[in-house]
Ligand binder design. Structure first.
Ligand SMILES: Cc1ncc(COP(=O)(O)O)c(C=O)c1O
Length: 387
């Protein structure tokens, strides 16, 4: 029977690690999760109350394929208020998570056979989805001391490309491209007819007033991806958005209509209400900063290296070479022997990732504390067994 080559992509190890942890939990073990990037905090109570009243008030049918007009307008306003950038509402599209925004952006802007440059380590679904669509990811092996973010010389070195995908703050490193670096990359891409995709889903999950900016300010041909999953605390509601350049608006709309009909109506009502409660979300981010400090100082004291400051997002990407050169085995042992679930770097970087592990710190402070204690005990045991 016929099967398609398209489906022949690498598994998403983060989800695999999560599944392994669930199986281990089902055997009666108490696992501390430092794997998925999903906030453990609930959305503000006012958002939940609003959702309940919407459920009672309306039949919640399909919405416009591009999203509720009020939500699209609210997002356009958000760009004005937060970044001082004017975005026409018709360029804002609501999607099923930023995952769908990304996938449809590839469909709208690139053909099979096109090439897109991307720095690694990177969010694994990026190259996986490119490959499923016949697009070739050209990897830039970015430097640890640059937070694994790309620069123009590295971009030139990969050869001719049709697109550049950047993510700032980055998953898995939390590093941020400064507004000046973004300007330089944008200018270069414009001059060389390279379509930029800018993943901005960790915007506002930032620490110590780290400066960040939207590429929407710099390049009206760029595709901007964003999400309600991270800062807005709505991961399981599956809602994101894209700011689409004028020349792709018509095809993006047609793709949305045929692929999804519309995004979830109730999730859109929740999202709209979130904009009235941004302060509560900023308070949650302050908690992540405390988690990061606790986890980072523990990891460093234990001998993990290469930790940049994670100025944004909620991950630490730690070099494990003082313990192992096989991050998959290391994570497997950590789950089985210490009940801690983290993700092997091979998911983010097939070349160098066997020497790195990603720890997520968006959980409860209590869980981060438990994980720090567990890691201390486990590594001590490992060392005494080895000596
Ligand atoms: C960098 C990055 N982009 C995109 C996504 C997809 O997020 P969602 O589809 O929930 O918006 C994630 C999820 O963790 C991510 O880390």
């Amino acid at each position: 029977m016929k099967t398609a080559m398209r489906g022949n992509i690498r598994p998403f190890e983060v989800m695999e690690a999560f599944r392994q942890a669930a199986l281990w939990e089902a055997e009666g073990n108490d696992v501390v999760h430092l794997s998925l990037g999903q906030p453990s905090s609930k959305p503000p109570q006012a958002v939940l109350d609003h959702v309940v009243s919407e459920l009672q008030r309306s039949a919640l049918g399909y919405t416009d394929a591009c999203g509720l007009p009020a939500l699209r307008e609210r997002i356009a306003q958000y760009y004005q208020q937060r970044y001082g950038v004017t975005i026409p509402t018709q360029r804002v599209f609501i999607t099923v998570g930023s995952s769908a925004a990304y996938f449809l952006s590839l469909l709208a802007a690139f053909d099979a056979g096109d090439k897109i440059a991307i720095a690694r380590p990177c969010y694994p679904a990026y190259p996986n989805i490119m490959e499923a669509l016949g697009i070739t990811p050209l990897f830039i092996d970015a430097d640890e001391q640059d937070g694994f973010q790309p620069n123009i010389a590295q971009l030139q070195a990969v050869g001719k490309v049709d697109g550049l995908l950047i993510a700032s703050p980055s998953n898995p490193t939390g590093s941020i491209l400064s507004p000046q670096q973004l300007q330089e990359l944008t200018r270069y891409c414009n001059a060389h007819h390279i379509r930029m995709l800018s993943d901005e889903i960790y915007h506002h999950v930032t620490y110590e007033d780290a400066p960040f900016d939207t590429v929407a300010r710099m390049d009206d041909k760029a595709i901007i991806l964003n999400s309600f999953s991270k800062f807005f605390l709505l991961s399981g509601w599956r809602l994101g958005w894209a700011v689409i350049p004028e020349d792709l608006v018509r095809s993006y709309e047609s793709l949305l209509q045929s692929f999804f009909i519309s995004p979830s109506a109730i999730a859109q009502h929740a999202a709209l209400k979130c904009f009235d409660h941004l302060d509560e979300m900023h308070t949650v981010v302050q908690g992540y900063a405390r988690n990061r400090d606790m986890l980072k100082s523990t990891l460093e004291a234990l001998g993990f290296t290469g930790l940049n400051n994670a100025q944004g997002a909620f991950y630490l990407y730690a070099n494990i070479t003082n313990f192992s050169h096989d991050s998959k085995q290391f994570c497997h042992d950590m789950l089985r022997e210490a009940n801690i679930c983290a993700v092997p770097g091979v998911d983010f970087d097939q070349k160098r990732g066997s020497e790195y592990v990603r720890f997520s710190f968006c959980g409860d402070a209590k869980d981060i504390h438990t994980a720090c204690e567990g890691l201390r005990k486990w590594l001590k045991q490992r060392q005494s067994l080895a000596s």
